[in-house]
Ligand binder design. Sequence first.
Ligand code: BG6
Length: 314
Amino acid sequence: KDLNRISITACGTAYYAGLVGKYWFERLARINVEVDVASEYRYREPPLDAGELAIVVSQSGETADTLASLRYAAEGGQHTLAVVNVPTSTIAREAEAVAPTLAGMEIGVASTKAFTCQLAVLLSLAITAGRERGTLGEAEERRLVEALVSVPGLISEALRAEPSIEALGQEIAKAKDVLYLGRGTSYPLALEGALKLKEISYIHAEGYAAGELKHGPIALIDETMPVIVIAPHDAVFEKTVSNMQEVAARGGRILLITDEAGAKAADMETMGTIVMPACDPVVAPLLYSIPIQLLAYHTAGFMGKDVDQPRNLA
Ligand code: BG6
């Protein structure tokens, strides 16, 4: 309730969950949030305000850099909260408070269900913080909680898109490079989509904030590089459409992940459109993580890669 600032520290997929969390804490609870990669945070030795909150996010609860960040924050007199999946892990034991993600055991190295559960926990925390700080009213809280509760049903519906995602995976498998674009909370999802694809298919992929397209990556656009655009029909949808038009004008091939309203409004030729059920924009990151995970999964599967034990990853 009385915090001025939160820091979120994590690695890999958990870091991207933290980036989504930043949007939620800022929007719903009006708290400043800094998100850091743990391997940078721990060695940068940032000045800390005692009494503020450090959140670490980790599936395993054993990632060395994330653990070191937790210890650094605790030594600096900060409160520590671990969003963690393994309740017996070192991070869970050392943190002052634990918000368990309850995803069940992650067998694959590349985090998937742990990611969606990290998002669910971070959103719950942001909603609770918003209520405590008076930035969310009771009706708004109810709407958000109902949206969160609707997510499992929406994910079941989203899974019906799997056959078309599988077919698109065959197309992506032919690419050498793939670009992911998104705005708002879809930006960290673009980063996560690119990470999932490179982790398990070994195809080079990059995620970018859609608004940054014109500041560099637009030079890469040609007919050989698929551009995957994550764009639910939300407040920034029109802006993302203008970026898609920039891609199309340069002969780029677009794979659009949106909802029915978005597919209709975009009105653009694509190499494929994956249609998600309509949802409250706040919970879109949970829902849209499903098609990006499935796309990476089917691309890698088509290429004969071992999706559970990717090479070089621990
Ligand atoms: C990497 C994994 O090695 O560790 C990623 O390949 C994972 O999938 C990252 O996100 C962080 O792990 P953890 O357990 O701290 O969430």
